[in-house]
Design a protein around this ligand. Structure first.
Ligand code: FES
Ligand code: FE2
Length: 376
């Protein structure tokens, strides 16, 4: 799992003004709350007094108050009140927790989990049709008991559709592209691939309302380790554009925030039917993903047999390696060995400019040490 990317934390509608929420992402806990202006805030969940869970606390004057002894933290992570010391007491400088940049967009609250300064941060994946005329959006959130990397790889795998989703009109790869490498273009934060399909009609569950496939093709593009777009183009006036923002809850559980955009059947009364179709398709994938062995992607290409239709998966792994080389990969072995007697935090941007932090930053894989170990 990687620091220094944007992760979806909670649906906007699920964060009220008067109650904090506690979520787990990258194996760490976070508290989300709305400050006095209604702005969403995200802090490390662990109270630096004696380890209370801030996400189980309450909102007091736009701050989050720890449920244990009532210390209040503002949206910047600073402790602003220690009730046991009296109202006018000076709060110790170390009484602060990590605070993360937040973006509230597309009905989702996202947190940037890492310490990069703003100018260097990978951008959040964009969803340009959201809220525009001719498009209808549905946000669907569901959990899968699999590694998020396996889930993202599944979204860029054009050869599984005809086997896993036959009820969707058997979307088979066009014959002329089967023997060629996938047409994959690299971008700054991932690659984009276009795949042409046969002309079957579907999805079947939509019956006569199913769009005719006049020019069937699909493209997919991943953005960072955890975000993926699939453009499904049946014909000019019937498209699905599907945005997947995925949050690794931990190494083996993933929460998927899926925005399904459609350019047909736009009336809101069709939402239920379309959501049902999409959930049925997702369940077909989940049944495969939760049974994969090994649970993680193999660390060596010799432990699989990859073919041309796996081209985008190969590209994804190449980018992951780059992000690991940047020093952004969490060292889970060290973390697991220590987690019962030490609380960690994902480092926030302010750690680059100020010291005095109580919690240790999560350990990161040191690339030089790994290379040294490999070369003996
Ligand atoms: S543990 Fe949070 S106030 Fe004491
Ligand atoms: Fe699928």
């Amino acid at each position: 799992m990687y620091i220094n990317f944007w992760y979806p934390a909670i649906a906007s509608k699920d964060l009220s003004a008067d109650q904090p929420a506690r979520v787990q992402i990258l194996g760490q806990r976070f508290v989300l709350f709305r400050d006095a202006n209604g702005q969403a805030r995200c802090l490390s969940d662990t109270c630096v007094h004696r380890g209370g869970a801030l996400g189980k606390g309450r909102i007091r004057d736009g701050n989050v108050a720890c449920p244990y002894h009532g210390w209040q933290f503002d949206g910047s992570g600073q402790c602003v009140q220690i009730p046991s010391m009296g109202a006018n007491a000076k709060v110790p400088a170390r009484a602060k927790v990590d605070a993360y940049p937040v973006a509230e967009k597309y009905g989702i609250i996202f947190a940037f989990l890492g310490d990069l300064p703003e100018a260097e941060r990978p951008p959040l994946m964009e969803c340009p049709e959201y809220g525009t005329e001719g498009w209808r959006a549905n946000l669907i959130i569901f959990d899968v008991a699999c590694s998020y990397e396996r889930s993202i790889e599944n979204g860029m795998d054009p050869a599984h559709n005809e086997f896993v989703h036959p009820a969707q009109g058997s979307p088979t790869m066009a014959a002329e592209i089967r023997q060629k490498p996938l047409d994959t273009q690299d971008g700054p934060w991932g690659s984009t691939t276009v795949v042409r399909y046969g002309k079957e009609r579907g999805p079947e569950a939509l019956g006569d309302a199913a769009p005719l496939r006049t020019d069937p093709h699909a493209s997919f593009s991943y953005h960072g380790p955890n975000q993926l777009i699939t453009w499904i183009h049946f014909g000019d006036d019937s498209k699905f554009q599907q945005y997947f923002f995925e949050a690794p809850i931990d190494e083996t559980h993933t929460r998927i925030f899926f925005i399904n955009m459609r350019s047909f059947m736009l009336e809101p009364e069709n939402d239920g039917r379309l959501v049902k179709v999409n959930l049925a398709i997702a369940q077909e994938d989940i049944d495969i993903l939760e049974a994969l062995d090994p649970v993680f992607t193999p660390s060596s290409p010799t432990e699989e047999v990859l073919v041309p239709s796996d081209g985008a998966v190969i590209s994804y792994r190449k980018y992951l390696k780059q992000w690991k080389d940047n020093g952004w990969h969490i060292d889970m072995d060290t973390l697991r060995a220590n987690h019962l007697n030490r609380a960690y935090a994902i480092p926030c941007p302010e750690r680059r400019t100020s010291g005095n932090w109580v919690l240790k930053a999560v350990p990161l894989v040191s690339v030089t040490e790994e290379k040294k170990a490999a070369t003996g």
